[in-house]
Unconditional design. Sequence first.
Length: 443
Amino acid sequence: MKKIIETIKNIWRIEDLRMRLLITLLFVAIYRFGSFVVLPGVNPGALQQLHEQTSEGLMSLLNMFSGGAFENASVFALGIMPYISASIVIQLLAVAVPYFQKMQREGESGRRKINQYTRWLTVALLLFQAPSYLINLHSQVGNGAFLVETNAMFYITSTIILAAGSMFILWLGERITDKGVGNGISLIIMIGIIARMPAALAEEGTTALSGAEGGGLIKFLFEIIALLFVMALAILLTQATRKIPVQYAKRVEGNRQVSGARQYIPLKLFAANVMPIIFAQAIMFIPLTIVRSENPGWVVRNLLDNTSVLYNVIYVILIIAFTYFYTAITMNPVQMAEDMKRNNGFIPGVKPGKNTANYIDTVMSRILLPGSLFIALIAVMPAFASLLGIKQGFAQFFGGTSLLILVGVVIDTLQQIESHMMVRHYDGLLKAGRARPRTVSAY
């Protein structure tokens, strides 16, 4: 505990890092405040039916991603998921359409254009999803929950407000990335998940301790232990790596020859982090946004039930597919081999160039499949937890999207803080300790 306190003091001593943390906290506070600002014309005291609708099924996940804004009929009700959906479409276009491929190769200017297209597509999705949300709100709460007449003008103004709210969340995420601790969009999603945890834990604890469903203190303690075990497993999986040794050629310093350094390329078992989970979940939300039938068919009913076999089979397939897709667009073995050769580096026993690229690609392929399968297994654990009688709100934290995003974003954020501290010769949160100077060893 003393080391942790000392590390926190070290963080506060670094002015740049202190300002980044304070800016991040400010933007997070604004986001949470906006989640409780109800749409103009809606009576917040008459939303009980909407709360019941979001207590189970796919609606509960959507509500969790919005940090409870969905059930509050907030100006932030649509959350950040429309932007995630737009990002998926644009990234798929960047693989299949030459025009977008060209923009990707243009460097920073190309990325700016792609980001602009993503924002415009986000607005288009919001203009479709906002009326759908308002129609669902009207069907759930009825006319009695509205303080004004629900005419065309109400729908137009509310659609604009909902779209502006989601774009404002996107702006907050980008500011956290630029001015805060980084990972702004992922951090926004994580905050929404954390916001739902206390209520879910309290509900499960009350149910278990009351014995209403055959619970009791032993059952509740077992659930907590199981949750901690799954969380530890998720941390191990997301941090597991396969290291590829890289030997650099000898060099001459003065009148003597010095052996080149040996370094390692860490290939993570789950190299794409939480992005495949977020992308897969965004795809699974599509039926929820387009289906308006009161008596949907068997397929649609199962796609709207996140505990059904059909839902989870498709979910697993999407996670595996997006893991390969996202890894392919973020890690290029050919580029890695060229950079290694340019810096006079080589993998012992492997010829530079094409053979090195093939070797890296083979290693990546071998670890991607088991990594994606393990993560997919954790992703569907909430379905099994629900079958064992755990309340769905709490079951979502037994793996699934919520836990994987929570673990992944927390670790990434800690690593960002760690890098700031190491630059200034301090130990970070991942290796707590007192401030000390670091020495750089020679080859």
